[in-house]
Design a protein around this ligand. Sequence first.
Ligand SMILES: Cc1ncc(COP(=O)(O)O)c(C=O)c1O
Length: 360
Amino acid sequence: MKAIIGTLKSYVPEESEESVKERLGIKRLVRLSANENPYGTSPKVREAVLNYIEHYDANLYPDGNASSLRSVLAKYWDVAENQLIIGVGLDEVISMVNTTYITPGDSIVISVPTFSEYALNGLIEGAVIREVPCIYETGHYDFEAMRAAVDDTTRIVWICNPNNPTGIYETIEDIRTFITSLPATTLVIIDEAYIDFVTSCKEPTARKLLDEFPNVCIMRTFSKAYGLANYRVGYMMSSESVTKYIQTIRLPYNVSTIAQVAAEAAFKDELFLKDTIHKNDIERALWEELLQKLEITYYTSEANFVFFSVPNADALADMWLEQGYQVRRGQRPDWLRLTFPATEDGIVMRSILRDYMASL
Ligand SMILES: Cc1ncc(COP(=O)(O)O)c(C=O)c1O
């Protein structure tokens, strides 16, 4: 066994829905701890998957190149097909990037708090993780401090935009200035898992940076706005010189045909995507309004979740859980991350929050 493995804690998955319901004696549990889509999945996905199952057995391996999905994505993004790595969710793509690029002793620079998989996968490969705290007051990345943390051992810098769990969006201008200051040998990976939820500007994506910098990679997932978390499809766009190496370690049949078919159908259903974004916008505004009114400290979210701080946050999380609402704890003491629920649940949850704050 690699020595590092003995020092790592294995991922603790969410307690299963059935187990939580049984433990608390509740009939319904709404999971708002994993930033999934509360509005379900496009009906076009169900149609496409049923159509596929009706016509094909499962005896043959899937198309290892995910050709049809690849072609649709490449056309949409105006990139060559070989600039795409398609994986079993971004989780797999993050793992592949680390396997490909990290040699023990290399360093990785991340802002904290951020998505835990960046550090975990780096550690598995023997990387030194340099954590740079975000600016506490605003939640924004401290790009200057991140630049100072980069040296000639730094193989990867992660930018999660909007960031999980802060929900903070960094502008393309700020990201461009930051990248310009970095060595060209350091990969800058911009994880846009939540970018579809950004509505404060017309073109939030860093797509155009791909053409400007050969060391930029952009990640996207179908798990969030597309409501496809269960099928596990994510992808990365980068220069051919990056993808060609990652392709060599990708497992040959990583993404199942059902997942490929589902992702393609989801990608083409623009109406479902727009509807999800619109509903999220409405709920986000309602939450923000209440957080302000109750004078709760929070970061201005451009995602489908909000990160905020209340006294004795566990007590509030317990109160919500007893009513069937599970939120994410443990990312910072007395801070919680809540995925915006659908309308009716939002009304109930905000009423519980008002009562909780009044009881303090
Ligand atoms: C920022 C970020 N990146 C990547 C992922 C992983 O997404 P996927 O479901 O595509 O593996 C998540 C999941 O929560 C995430 O929050």
